[in-house]
Design a protein around this ligand. Structure first.
Ligand SMILES: *Cc1c(COP(=O)(O)O)cnc(C)c1O
Length: 448
């Protein structure tokens, strides 16, 4: 029994008390205070399981939004965090440096072939920093009037204002903000199978706006929260060529797709396999790249912006003299140390085999949903499985159906989807697919 001094918040709360405080005071993502249905109270998580306060165990189909690729409470990640706590959990990064940042920086440089690393707090902030990098570069090379980015429709880059301006303005998560956001230049959504008409249109738009364009930003191969759509890696070649033709920097947002999720370590590497007839290709290389989400194995928030050395050199030699950004918790040692462990764990595993195994299980398990009247499409790539309905799912009903099947799912809009941890067993995947089929069946029936 723990006791707390009178007058302070007790050090432990019953699940009823948690639910009450939550209902009265806590915002949740894109939800109202005290919204319905009430969030489930999680007491702990281990492996692929979320354990609720009432004792129920759910199989995790979400990896806590693409992040917990190794599952929860992984011994290697727990040990890394505990070990780091013994030296320091945080020191400022202004004027100081440390081993966790150096180890993680060296790892990321080696894995991506990029040269410089800017650590920041979250994916959205990394997109802010990436855009700032692009704009500062254009100023440095004497083109300050180039302030916009070209981006395909259907993207999602985060919830702060610059990322919001890059998300699809029509039907995206940020349509509320039209008129407030910076204006960007939009290209059509990249097609699932390469289409010369798309290529032509992107080149025309870029040529028309070249005088005001500083860069191009895209999520390579999979557009995540903007609609969970996969597209032909050859589209990345178009973006690279357009960037080169007009002096634009090419930014790849690999926050969702990085660290193996799509079947390649980074999704833009799919483009390396497109030119097999013409011999070996290194694929399309970005100038700037954002990573986050799975970087720490989902333990804590951390993101990074990687760039090529010429870009850093141009910025450093400019009037500004430096990249003008510096968050309080930049390169937090605890987060960096856990990220080192998470990346090393990934590299030591047969992640390619595991993701291929999950891909096969999702293809097999979700295919029957494609037969339902009311399902528009079933798509699978790597450890991502999507059932797109004709109409938006009822979130409360869909979640309840999944929970009845012992699975934690969080559909959005018309999309019932999973991106399970890479450690998911065949039984976990069977259960996830059964739950998704049940949700799709129920939602299609209820449309009626
Ligand atoms: C989640 C996500 C972001 C934003 O990351 P946060 O950590 O939520 O700020 C940006 N880009 C992509 C592609 C994402 O999936």
């Amino acid at each position: 029994m723990r006791t707390a001094p009178a007058g302070t918040v007790s050090s432990s709360l019953s699940s009823d008390e948690i639910a009450r405080v939550d209902r009265e005071h806590l915002w949740h993502p894109y939800a109202r205070i005290g919204g319905d249905p009430a969030p489930l109270v999680v007491a702990q998580a281990h492996g692929t399981r979320l354990v609720l306060a009432d004792g129920r165990e759910l199989v995790d189909a979400m990896s806590s939004w693409w992040a917990a690729i190794h599952g929860y409470r992984h011994p290697a990640l727990d040990a890394a965090a505990a070990e780091q706590l013994r030296s320091m959990s945080h020191v400022m990064f202004g004027g100081l440096t440390h081993e966790p940042a150096a180890r993680l920086g060296a790892l990321l440089v080696e894995l991506t072939g990029m040269d410089t690393v800017f650590f920041c707090d979250s994916g959205s902030v990394s997109v802010e920093v990436a855009v700032k990098t692009v704009l500062q570069y254009q100023r440095a090379v004497g083109r300050p009037e180039r302030r916009k980015l070209l981006t395909p429709r259907g993207g999602y880059y985060g919830d702060t204002f610059t990322p919001m301006s890059l998300c699809d303005p029509v039907g995206g998560m940020h349509s509320e903000w039209t008129g407030v956001l910076a204006e960007q230049v939009f290209a059509p959504r990249p097609p699932a199978a390469f289409d010369p008409a798309w290529d032509r249109e992107v080149r025309e738009i870029a040529a028309k706006h070249a005088h005001e364009l500083a860069g191009i930003i895209a999520e390579p191969v999979v557009q995540g929260a903007g609609g969970m759509r996969m597209y032909d890696p050859r589209c990345l070649t178009t973006l690279r060529e357009v960037a080169d033709e007009h002096g634009l920097l090419l930014v790849f947002d690999e926050i969702a797709t990085g660290f193996g999720r799509t079947g390649e370590l980074f999704a833009h590497q799919h483009s390396a396999h497109q030119h097999s007839a013409a011999g070996h290709s290194a694929g399309v290389r970005p100038d700037v790249m954002c990573v986050g989400k799975a970087l720490t194995g989902g333990y804590m928030t951390l993101a990074a912006v990687l760039s090529r050395r010429e870009i850093a050199e141009a910025i450093d030699a400019s009037g500004a003299g430096a990249l003008l950004h510096g968050p309080t918790f930049m390169a937090n040692p605890l987060a960096c140390r856990v990220a080192v462990a998470a990346v090393e764990l990934l590299l030591a595993s047969d992640w390619r085999g595991e993701v291929a195994r999950i891909e096969a299980a999702l293809e097999r398990g979700l295919a029957p949903a494609g037969e339902l009247a009311g399902v528009r499409e079933v798509r699978v790539l790597g450890a991502i499985g999507v059932v797109e309905l004709e109409r938006p799912a009822d979130l409360a009903r869909a979640t309840a159906t999944a929970v009845e099947h012992g699975v934690w799912l969080r559909p959005f809009g018309k999309l019932v989807y999973t991106m399970p941890p890479y450690i998911s067993s065949q039984a976990d995947l069977d259960q996830i697919c059964a739950a998704i089929r049940a949700v799709a069946t129920e939602e299609c029936r209820s449309v009626g």
